[in-house]
Write a protein that binds this ligand. Sequence first.
Ligand code: ANZ
Ligand code: ZN
Length: 856
Amino acid sequence: TDRYNVKETEAHWQKVWEERDCFAAPPPSDRPKYYVLEMFPYPSGRIHMGHVRNYTLGDVVARVKRARGYDVLHPMGWDAFGLPAENAAIQHGVHPAQWTRDNIAAMRTQLKSMGLSYDWTREVATCEPEYYRHEQKMFLDFLKAGLVYRKESWVNWDPVEHTVLANEQVIDGRGWRSGALVEKRLLSQWFLKITAFAQDLLDSLGTLERWPERVRLMQENWIGRSEGARLTFQVEGRTDGIEIFTTRPDTLFGARFVAIAANHPLAAELARDNPALAAFIAECNRMGTSEAAIETAEKKGFDTGLKARHPFEPGRTLPIHVANFVLMEYGTGAIFGCPAHDQRDLDFATKYGLGYAQVVEPATEREAAAAQIAAGTAFTGDGVLINSGFLDGLAVEEAKKAAIARIEQLGIGAGTVSYRLRDWGVSRQRYWGCPIPIVHCDTCGAVPVPEADLPVRLPEDVSFDNPGNPLAHHPTWKDVACPCCGRPARRETDTFDTFFESSWYFARYTSPDRADIAFDRAAAEHWLPVDQYIGGIEHAVLHLLYSRFFTRALRACGYLDIKEPFAGLLTQGMICHETYKAADGSWLFPSEVTSGADGQPVRVGSGEPVTVGRSEKMSKSKKNVVDPAGIIDNYGADTARLFMLSDSPPDRDLDWTEAGIDGAWRYVNRLWRLAATADLPAPGTPMPELGAAAAKLRRLVHKTIAQVGDDLDRFAFNKAVARVRELTNALGELGSPAPDSDSAWVLREGLEVTARLIGPMLPHLAEEMWSLLGHDSLIAETPWPEADPALLVEDSVTVAVQVNGKLRATITLPKNAEPALAERTALEQPGVVAALAGKPPRKVVVVPNRIVNVVA
Ligand code: ANZ
Ligand code: ZN
């Protein structure tokens, strides 16, 4: 046996773990609980390196906590609804359900080959009626609780995919997947009232101490609380006014125009007999609704000819424009424009010759500020009000208060708090999602499906021949009797946004077998919150915010009594790889590149030269991907896991290199060989008298236990790996000591400790080493090793030696050495001998472990 048979060994231990049921979450006990969860994958068909990293990190945490005596819940499942399944149906004629289930089966096998310590009995797939029926019930409960409503709203419409896109899915005005120019459409949609919890979602961020600061900030900005005012401008010649929203009521005297959104009711009214305005509105509606799209688009307006009266300056009027940068969905859909102090307003006013007036002046560099505005850059800094009547001389914050007080006194408006956060539109015109449990009746309106009729199942017999939603095309599925009056009615054919499923799966795992209810309340309250959640930063806003909202909504409906679903969050960095280009400019896979005769990179086969680009996030489009299946096949799961943990802290990007994976592979083999070939005393042999060298090595063994434990608790996995490797080096330097020697005894202890310390990281090798070392038990069931505290104290100290207050030498002494030894050693130092010039010292004072003072 001089080679590690990684394939056989890994398969063997995976089988043993499964047979011994090592990773089942235990029922509640007096031990503390720990719930570790990785974001569940979309079943695309194959795992990628991002999965390998994510699940390795979670597995290390789960295994460490188990060894440390926690009851651990570590589940896995599938976020199984979504568009790719429908695309596969369209392109390859395979049914989305079939495609999804096949992919799940393939990926489950791949995940199992990684040796992940999941409780597979708790696996869930969100596309199964056993799962989604519960969210239909939740939706109906939310509806009863007033947390769901239906509204006509303007949406981003992808004309190629025939579906609504979220703002985040519109990039530069185009659909993120189709690349088609996005249109705006008015659709009747279901909304979840996430804004009902806006303030609470914001306030509670402060309690999430184990979340990255960056993610909390992103959520804070997304919720976007702002204090301001709403006030109504009178419109000349009309009885109704325009209500505007502003966060800068202090700048009211600088107002130069009023602008309303293209979809503002007033705009629609005026457009009825104004074709030019109607055309302008249509043009606005072709533009994306995302903030980014609006930010970058050229500011355009249409003068309605109407005039608004300035609320503080009777007699002054402002032109009313329809403007493409005012959103109907935010505030009141109308603003006053203050060009001097808002860039969009300044761009707009410049374009349409509306002028500006500076009303805020900074304390210093006043001229510079004025010149900056004149040159086209708004001044948004702090300062004191000028040109502003009763506000003159006030600082911005005071002026805001004074302006609001006046607005309230005049009875034209009030101070407000508002949020950028908008309610969550959950309707999607898609087949492969959870049906929305509603029936539309011409008489009764939108009627909830009675609970006894749940689940509303997706029909299997659908066709993807026509564009659009197969549910809407289905010949019979939508025809039902109205649950209210019994007359013929139609099912809702929209399905939920797939973020719906991922907003509560963490709770389902706590009692996945309950058919009657979404989850058992006691089980959910036992396991939740998730102690450690691990996943990609791309979910820092939506998924996490929706889950936090769901937990609150479920609480409001009596499902459970916790507020925050995830107590700890780790966002892992990306896996990067060099990019390669062929001579014709096309991208090449790393597997298509090799070293040529002169060591330069060339294309496999043709030998043509290859241009190497910098390391970037692995992506299919640039082909700089490495398939984990191949790596696991060649080197085994432990090597892949080790590499994922070794080089960078988990939240940083990681460069995938051939050299790195080779290094990990060599280390795995080296450790195995050490355990397989060492000639050691039998397990349990009492410790012999240790010589100095063996005692020193033993201290390193115990120091490593303490440090690796600390590192793992802090998720400093790369440091933990480095320390174990140091210990391996030290053990390796022993060579082959005689089995009855003190060194061999320490070597056994060191190898046993190593097996236990690598248990969470290299679980297969750990079991194999443990067994080679003569143990019948499993590392997976062995508690975390304890360091002997006596061996952790520093054993030597550095002591300064002074003669008449002058430093003459530094000496190394055993800790707490006898003062006599300190004195003797000090007086032997050449620097001290010279300073004394042959005379005996008058006095020697020893401060133990610190200093020796010699008085000449
Ligand atoms: C006048 C003003 C003067 C404004 C000034 C800003 C600076 P945040 O902070 O993002 O909430 N606004 C209000 N509703 C809008 C809408 N529906 N579409 C586009 N813009 C809108 O931004 C609030 C500010 O954005 C508001 O304050 C308003 O412009 C604009 F020196 O009012 B402000
Ligand atoms: Zn009816």
